[in-house]
Design a protein around this ligand. Structure first.
Ligand code: ATP
Ligand code: MG
Length: 332
């Protein structure tokens, strides 16, 4: 069963210095029980895609086109109160900066209790107990539920937000870079937390991260974004073993990626595009070593490769794959 279906999503920001076409036709779907990753370099449109799905875009953003369905419901047509209910009960969001999700003047335990009590008929006593349980699940000392957000370290705050997000057994958890900026040991623990809870609650996951090693560890399927466009899509094991878009190949060169500098992962020379105008041709063309004339003029559609459910948006994928395989064979 398809849980989340995103179809041809296009988002533009109208910033002071002009328009920015940040998401340019993103499509993917997540089935029940699947862990899905959205990957790609900084500014590729990952957070914007998540915010569009959740209805959390700022006022100066415009969803130009596209459909977003959650269990068949049109998410883009929800009223604010319908969205409020859905957000807590069915889709949980762990934002890129955990501190944004917390109220600085309320104890974290009170915030978790409030989230539960707004949506469930539950006594104060049971809500308190649930908050302590959730603390334990994410590896925090339940004795600290009365503490305030500023009393926790970044990693602990991230866990508080995870505990809060999971309080209502959501069907889908959307986590935007939940481990970026944390040290590697804390990162591992948080990923373990998310996976453990997910197993317990049977929810699906949309994990946004540029870290391919985290994806390899946690996710079943993925899309690779660049310039607000899906460059490649498929099963994680196939895609990482057999990247078919030159952009994915470039990302993968930095793999395995146990590096604390997030930007150190990306080995593709050059910079992401500034999309003041809608891209014509392939967005990666200016940086692509395989680019031909066609790439500058014709946008490649996402097409199915003749193997293993993999989809790629590249005119020259066949040649790129052949050359990659030759290089790999020569290296062994
Ligand atoms: P990162 O890995 O750095 O989090 P991302 O893939 O999440 O990157 P987005 O935050 O979606 O990328 O940004 C995509 C593009 O949209 C970027 O060019 C960014 O500058 C622009 N953008 C993002 N948020 C806004 C905003 N609130 N107003 C204007 N432009 C924005
Ligand atoms: Mg982001």
């Amino acid at each position: 069963m398809t849980l989340l279906d995103v179809d041809d999503l296009r988002v533009r920001y109208d910033a002071r210095d002009g328009a920015l076409h940040s998401v340019n036709g993103v499509s993917f779907d997540i089935d029940d029980g699947i862990n899905y990753a959205l990957s790609g370099e900084s500014a590729s449109g990952k957070s914007t895609t998540a915010k569009a799905i959740l209805g959390l875009l700022p006022d100066h953003a415009e969803i130009e086109s596209g459909e977003v369905e959650f269990e068949g419901r049109d998410l883009l047509a929800l009223t604010p109160s319908e969205r409020q209910d859905l957000l807590w009960e069915e889709i949980a969001f762990i934002p890129q900066t955990a501190i944004d999700a917390l109220d600085p003047v309320m104890s974290v335990g009170a915030q978790i209790r409030q989230a539960i009590q707004t949506h469930r008929e539950i006594s104060e006593r049971n809500a308190r107990r649930r908050a302590r349980e959730l603390f334990e699940t994410v590896g925090l000392d339940p004795g600290r539920v009365g503490d305030y957000p500023h009393q926790f370290s970044d990693g602990m705050r991230q866990r508080v937000v995870i505990a809060m997000a999971l309080a209502l057994d959501p069907k889908l958890v959307i986590a935007d870079e939940p481990t970026t900026g944390l040290d590697v040991i804390v990162q591992d623990k948080i990923i373990d937390n998310i996976l453990q809870i997910q197993e317990e609650t049977d929810s699906s996951l949309l994990l946004i991260t540029h870290d391919l090693s985290v994806i390899a560890e946690t996710c079943d399927e993925m899309s690779v974004l660049y310039g607000g466009t899906v460059m490649e899509q498929g099963r994680v094991d196939n895609l990482l073993l057999n990247p078919s878009n030159p952009y994915t190949m470039g990302l993968k060169n930095a793999f395995p990626a146990l590096d604390d500098d997030p930007d150190g992962l990306v080995s593709v020379p050059g910079k992401p595009p500034r999309l003041d105008e809608k891209p014509t041709g392939c967005v990666f063309e200016p940086r692509c070593p395989f680019a031909t004339e066609e790439c500058a003029t014709t946008t490649p559609e996402l097409r199915e490769l003749p193997y293993r459910d993999q989809h790629v948006a590249c005119h020259n994928a066949d040649r790129a794959v052949r050359m990659r395989r030759e290089a790999e064979a020569a290296a062994t």
